[in-house]
Design a protein. Structure first.
Length: 220
C-alpha cells in the first residue's frame, strides 16, 4: 500500500474511503457511530494519536459490484483517498450475478482506482446462515481470493474470520448478527473495525520502523 504508507511517513492526513453495501453503511448497527467505518476511525486514531485519519463511509445498502463501479468515478475519485476498502460480493451472490461478470466488474474498479494511484483493500462477504443455501457462494469467496492473489491486493477475509468465531464457540450467530440473521450488529462491527485497524497498523508500523520514524502506537 504505497500511497497509504507514504502519507503516513510524511505525517499527512490519511483519508480512507469505505466503499460497499449495507454492511459498510451500517445496517443492523444501533447508530452510525457503531458502523465498522466509524469504529475503524476510532481504532486507528487510538493506535496512532499523533496522526490524523479521515474515514468516509460510502456504503449504500443493496448495491451490486456494478453499482459501486459506477460510483467510483462519481463519488470516490473526487475525494482523492489514500486508501479504499472495497466491500462487495454478497449482493451479487444473492441475486445470481454470473461469477465472470462479477470478476470483470471488480477488475474494472480496481484498474480505475489504481490508475489514479489509490491503494485498495478488498473485504469479502459476511458469514450468515443463509449463505449455505446459495450454490454460488463459495465461488464468490474463491474468486475474491484469486483476484487478491493475482493482483497482489490485500484481502480481509471477513467470512472466514466470522465463521471461525462461530465454529470455535467464541460467539453464537445471534451474538454476531442482527435479528434478521444477515446484517452485522454492534459486536461484529466493532470486531471488524478492530481487525481492519490491526491489519493497517501492522503495515504502518513496519513502514515507520524501516524509515526510522518515531511513532507512538497505543494498544487496542
Amino acid at each position: 500500500m504505497p500511497r497509504l504508507t507514504a502519507a503516513f511517513r510524511k505525517g499527512e492526513v490519511i483519508r480512507i474511503v469505505a466503499l460497499g453495501s449495507s454492511s459498510t453503511q451500517g445496517a443492523g448497527a444501533s447508530s452510525k457511530a457503531a458502523s465498522y467505518p466509524s469504529r475503524l476511525l476510532v481504532e486507528l486514531q487510538h493506535r496512532f494519536p499523533e496522526h490524523k485519519f479521515e474515514v468516509v463511509n460510502l456504503g449504500i445498502g443493496g448495491q451490486l459490484a456494478r453499482d459501486m463501479l459506477a460510483r467510483i468515478a462519481s463519488a470516490v475519485l473526487p475525494l482523492d483517498p489514500d486508501l479504499v476498502i472495497w466491500q462487495t460480493g454478497v449482493n451479487d451472490a444473492i441475486r445470481g450475478v454470473k461469477i465472470s461478470e462479477f470478476q470483470s466488474t471488480v477488475d474494472a474498479g480496481l484498474n480505475l482506482m489504481q490508475k489514479h494511484g489509490i491503494d485498495v483493500v478488498l473485504l469479502n462477504h459476511q458469514y450468515y446462515p443463509g449463505a449455505a443455501r446459495l450454490p454460488n457462494f463459495p465461488s464468490y469467496l474463491r474468486i475474491m481470493k484469486a483476484i487478491s492473489t493475482e493482483r497482489k491486493i490485500p484481502l480481509l477475509r471477513r467470512y472466514e474470520i466470522m465463521q471461525h468465531m462461530v465454529t470455535s464457540s467464541q460467539f453464537s450467530v445471534e451474538e454476531l448478527l442482527a435479528p434478521d440473521k444477515f446484517h452485522l450488529n454492534d459486536t461484529s462491527y466493532r470486531c471488524l473495525g478492530e481487525v481492519m485497524a490491526d491489519a493497517l497498523a501492522e503495515e504502518l508500523t513496519t513502514v515507520a520502523s524501516r524509515a526510522g520514524l518515531r511513532t507512538h502506537v497505543s494498544g487496542p
